[in-house]
Design a protein around this ligand. Structure first.
Ligand code: PHE
Length: 344
């Protein structure tokens, strides 16, 4: 066969092969340039026609022409088909979507560590027959102090850095104890209640102090209630909170005007046996104060202290949450930082 015809055949074959590989419109353009452009082998052959003899030209001419139009048409058809396929895929994508497909990177909320702890504490006390009570955060001088055996001008008021309001005798409650007296007034005896709630103190904020934090009051009033009821309740609660079968507690004397006698309750460090950084190497940890409700407080709540007695305790819920979860800075708890909260 004529050498030029062989060359035309191989150009056609190369084109057919390259056409298969085209993926984008730009590649169609590039393909067109390399097979039909000025520098293409086909153009070179066409240009060389004038140097051929008449016979050869008659043989090669139509073949070259046919190759050229063949390539042009094939390119056009393939390009058209490609554009249509693309458009259809775009429409399909909008029309048909997979409703079962998993959305990547979804954000899911969960319960704040504070709320988790409150729920857990409520469950523990409810299993012992306590009811969950609450009272106002904007409190009167009477319930926050006077009724709790802290009369006007009594130095014990200094224990509480109080936020007073510009309404006379109204303050942001400094502890949850006012709910003791409020409940005595409104509830029947025997009375067993806990009061998880927000309290306010005018303090400098640091890693262990916030102007607003959570406390939980607990009290039980009935005939013949004694300190041993208080200790057993405290111990049962702590065992369940820290998930321990055995957990020793000990008591030290402590002063609060609204209890007599008053105590500080300590527990064995639930995190170690030999002393660690949490218990400051002592194996004991102070957990919360409590005591027998002072007769004056019972009286303020309309209860006869000669017939009834009761115990009360009040713990810093914020502190217990920090202990339980190993949080070292109280400011994290209200910071609202997702990086922190997502760990719980
Ligand atoms: N109300 C006390 C405080 O906030 C704690 C407490 C409650 C102490 C009940 C004894 C009994 O400091």
């Amino acid at each position: 066969m004529n050498a030029i015809l062989t060359q035309i055949e191989s150009i056609k074959q190369a084109f057919a092969q390259d056409l298969q590989k085209v993926q984008t419109l730009k590649e169609f353009d590039d393909l067109k340039v390399s097979f039909l452009g000025k520098k293409s082998s086909l153009q070179a052959l066409l240009a060389g026609m004038k140097d051929l003899g008449a016979d050869e030209r008659r043989e090669v001419g139509p073949a070259l022409q046919e190759a050229k139009t063949g390539i042009e048409q094939a390119l056009e058809v393939a390009r058209q088909a490609f554009t249509e396929r693309k458009a259809k895929a775009a429409i399909d994508k909008e029309l048909y979507f997979d409703v079962t497909a998993k959305r990547p990177g979804g954000v899911r909320g969960h319960i704040h560590p504070y709320s988790q702890a409150i729920e857990e504490i409520e469950d523990i006390f409810m299993s012992m027959g306590y009811e969950v009570l609450d009272g106002p955060e904007l409190e009167t001088d009477f319930y926050n102090f006077t009724a709790l055996n802290i009369p006007q001008d009594h130095p014990a008021r200094d224990m509480y850095d109080t936020f007073w309001t510009n309404k006379k005798s109204m303050l942001m409650r400094t502890h949850t104890s006012p709910v003791q007296v409020r409940s005595m007034e409104s509830k029947e005896l025997p009375l067993a209640g806990i009061v998880p709630g927000r309290v306010y103190r005018h303090e400098a904020v640091d890693a262990t102090h916030e102007i607003q934090f959570l406390q939980c009051e607990g009290f039980f009033i009935d005939k013949n209630v004694t300190v041993s009821h208080l200790f057993a309740t405290a111990q049962t609660f702590l065992k369940q909170l820290f998930k321990k079968d055995e957990l020793d507690i000990r008591i030290r004397p402590g002063f609060f005007p609204f209890v007599e006698p008053g105590f500080e309750i300590d527990m064995r460090c639930p995190f170690c046996s030999k002393g660690c950084s949490v218990c400051k190497k002592s194996t004991w940890m102070e957990v919360f104060p409590g005591g027998m409700i002072h007769p004056n407080v019972l009286r303020a709540g309309g209860i006869d202290p000669d017939v009834y007695s009761g115990f009360a305790f009040g713990f810093g819920l914020s502190r217990l949450v920090m202990l339980k979860y190993g949080i070292d800075d109280i400011r994290h708890l209200y910071g609202g930082k997702l990086k922190f909260l997502e760990q719980f």
